[in-house]
Design a protein around this ligand. Structure first.
Ligand code: PMP
Length: 442
């Protein structure tokens, strides 16, 4: 196995990233830890003046039972009390390393080893924590893509990332997707018919588990083919995987791109984004990127001039919980959360079978929180109907057009089933059915 060297990534860095220098103060931080060093370096506030003296909170005991994750709320006998270690508290109250609190990075590194078989530093990669994965994806794109660059984007794709590319005036090449996730055939066609002399795309953006918006999970053969194409056509895969832990399919889980690339002749083509938003709390704003050191360095350099670092305090709270639960507890919890969404998927699909059969088509998702369905309506366009008639009928959903990187018409609609109580599901789906029937003149 050949690990791509740091110099390999210069070709993938944007002009801005190549010009950007690491923060002069932050790059000297590590030297403060040298024994016997007296530091007059950073303008850190004196922590003794901070009013916080301890941090304790109550959390659920990890459980695989989805009924215990239900909306009842309140405290339970099994809840655990977490008191943050004084040492971690001191770290959490102060400025910390740009990439994140070292002990949290260490914990997350252990998690990546368990889940993806990769130990940080072992193969020239490391981690950075961000204010949600969104923050890291934005910075990665800024660090890699120049204005006007060609990029490979799965279509439909997560609407929150589209403007990151359009704001840079990128030329989007839409890679088709279907029930098996991203289409390697479509990707191959784009790349093999690439005009000679035109610079090839440097990145491919994809959401491989429970894709937002399609709900689909990329099949193993597709992933392997995409990795092969990445090597043949020299691009980096931006693996945005916030629904990885929300897999409730019955078949064995498909390995991530980050893990699969270990079987490739060379390693270092994948920049992976994880999120704790869907499993611990979206308000924590904690996500983490795993990938080649040079690319992570470029992300950190952006952080160094934007928000300096992700909140130490939320990192510290996260670490407090993760330490209390341990890896086993964390994975027990994620199994409970995925079972919870699996049940929600079932309830929603039952209602769809009852009210939308013949009016819509869909493929059942095995991960995540979305149904992506096609309305059998004249004109193959869901936009006006969802924005007007569905609203009049009292149901809100997202018209598929917002997920198309280049815009355009589509008959698809995205429905999120994460929040609804079973009784509301029935009513929501009935209202959708009424809307479609109205459009068909029934
Ligand atoms: N990527 C995808 C595909 C998402 O659906 C989301 C959340 N909607 C994000 C990234 C951002 O998540 P985070 O809360 O970690 O920033």
């Amino acid at each position: 196995m050949n690990v791509l060297p740091a110099s390999f990534y210069d070709q993938f860095l944007s002009e801005q990233a190549l010009k950007r220098k690491p923060s002069p103060i932050r790059s000297l931080y590590p030297l403060e830890k040298t024994p016997d060093m007296i530091s007059l370096l950073a303008g850190k506030p004196n922590a003794s003046t901070f009013p916080f003296t301890s941090f304790s909170f109550t959390a659920r005991a990890p459980t695989e039972d989805p009924s215990l994750l239900g909306p009842e709320g309140g405290s339970r006998d099994t809840d655990v009390q977490v008191t943050v270690d004084p040492e971690d508290l001191a770290t959490g109250l102060q400025y910390t390393d740009t990439a994140g609190i070292p002990s949290l990075l260490n914990w997350l590194g252990g998690l990546q080893e368990k889940m993806h078989g990769r130990k940080p530093s072992g193969e020239g990669w490391r981690l950075s924590v961000g204010a949600g994965s969104q923050d890291l994806i934005f910075k990665a794109i800024n660090a890699m893509v120049n204005p006007g660059d060609s990029v490979l984007l799965e279509s439909p794709m997560y609407a929150g990332v589209i403007p990151m590319f359009t704001n840079l005036g990128c030329e989007a090449h839409e890679v088709e997707t279907d029930a098996k996730g991203i289409s390697a055939t479509s990707l191959r066609q784009i790349l093999e018919s690439w005009p000679e002399g035109k610079p090839k795309p440097k990145v491919l953006y994809t959401v491989p588990y429970g894709c937002n918006p399609t709900g689909m999970t990329a099949a193993l053969a597709r992933r392997k083919e995409v990795l092969k194409l990445a090597r043949e056509h020299n691009f980096i895969i931006l693996e945005d995987d916030p629904y990885y832990y929300l897999y409730y399919g019955t078949a064995e889980r498909v390995p991530s791109y980050f893990s699969l690339e270990l079987d490739e002749p060379e390693v270092g083509r994948v920049l992976r984004f994880d999120s704790l938003s869907k499993i611990l709390s979206a308000g924590l704003r904690i996500g983490f990127a795993s990938g080649p050191e040079r690319l992570l360095g470029a992300i950190d350099a952006y952080t160094g001039i934007s928000n300096l670092q992700t909140s130490s305090l939320t990192q510290m709270l996260t670490l407090g919980l993760l330490k209390k639960w341990g890896y086993d507890g964390f994975l027990t919890h994620t199994r409970g959360v995925s079972a919870f969404y699996g049940q929600k998927r079932d309830v929603f699909e039952q209602a769809m079978n009852k009210h939308l059969k013949g009016l819509c088509e869909w493929v059942r998702p095995e991960a995540g929180m979305f149904f992506w369905f096609k309305l059998n309506v004249p004109g193959e366009d869901s936009d006006a109907m969802i924005r007007t008639k569905a609203l009049e009928n009292g149901v809100l959903a997202l018209p598929g057009t917002v997920f198309l990187p280049k815009g355009g018409k589509t008959a698809y609609v995205r429905a999120a089933f994460s929040l609804l109580a079973p009784a509301d599901v029935e009513e929501a789906v009935k209202r959708l059915a009424k809307t479609v029937k109205g459009a068909k003149g029934e």
